[in-house]
Design a protein around this ligand. Sequence first.
Ligand SMILES: *Cc1c(COP(=O)(O)O)cnc(C)c1O
Length: 352
Amino acid sequence: MSFDLKKLIRDNIRDLTPYSSARDEFSGEAKVFLDANENSLGSPLVKWYNRYPDPHQKDLKKAISKVKGITPEHIFLGNGSDECIDLLYRCFCEPRKDNVIICPPTYGMYEVSGNINDVEVRKAPLLERDFQLHIKQIEHLIDEQTKLIWICSPNNPTGNTMYRGDIETILNNFSGLVVIDEAYINFSRHKSFIQELPDYPNLVVMQTFSKAWGLAALRLGVLFGSAAIVQVLDKVKPPYNINQATQELAQQALDETGQVNDMIRELVSMRDALVKVLDTIPLVKKVYPSDANFLLVKIKDAKKVYDYLLSKGIVVRDRSNVRLCDDCLRITIGTEQEITLLVKALRDYSKK
Ligand SMILES: *Cc1c(COP(=O)(O)O)cnc(C)c1O
């Protein structure tokens, strides 16, 4: 396998002169800022909110670097993982010419973002038996124009982690980018792929502050990759894609790893307890093994159960129309109280 990032980048992106923001155009110490047309008098909120945020997010990247053990030049930050997904398409996939591979059932944004960018999305469905990667099918779909392979692990909505050996096989044999979405990695028993970055120039790992970190509202996605890949994404991103409030609050959260780890442990133990309770409800046909903070549950008359739960004010995700997930609901691990309400509603429905 020969990997050549230069060949992977779209011509217009390779040749692009990026936008140069006001704060990028001077060097040295300054104390009077009359370069960015902000309101010099201040703001009705916090004093410094009148100023544009750091476009390079230096302090936040340093803080993430410390917690993750990855140096800042290997870190790219997006307005949620969803921005990272879109940017990967825009940097590496030529509309109407290139293609990508996804492994459904999986996170919906890979396909939607491909459609928005007018890039062909090829599908290698997961194996029915255990929701693992169908390596032969992936191999079969790869051609000269295949630029990205999206792998979600632990996978949404199935909850399982993909076999490490399978992912390594793809990394070793595919000359495009292998994107591993680790949105749920903190809930998993398995190791992240971020430590493998030095070994694979074609590896991209995405994580997010939206799940284990409990900060979905801040919109902060983290992408790890080679310095060269990060530089390409930096060129294309909107200059101020991570706002000041997010940069500050995420840094504060990174000082609270103890509290976050406590929540992760609690959610995992509630997940494992809920599996046992669900197994005692006759309506429930199967609870799939989960390395995430949700469970995929096969239920008799899933659509009707979904409607019943909704009538009780409980919203779960109906995945019953998704291929390989027929009659399945995806249930997020809630608080103790929320889980109690869910279990009671399921028992009541059984008695109807
Ligand atoms: C929730 C989720 C994300 C998070 O996306 P953000 O834009 O960072 O909130 C990413 N990938 C998967 C698979 C998810 O389920």
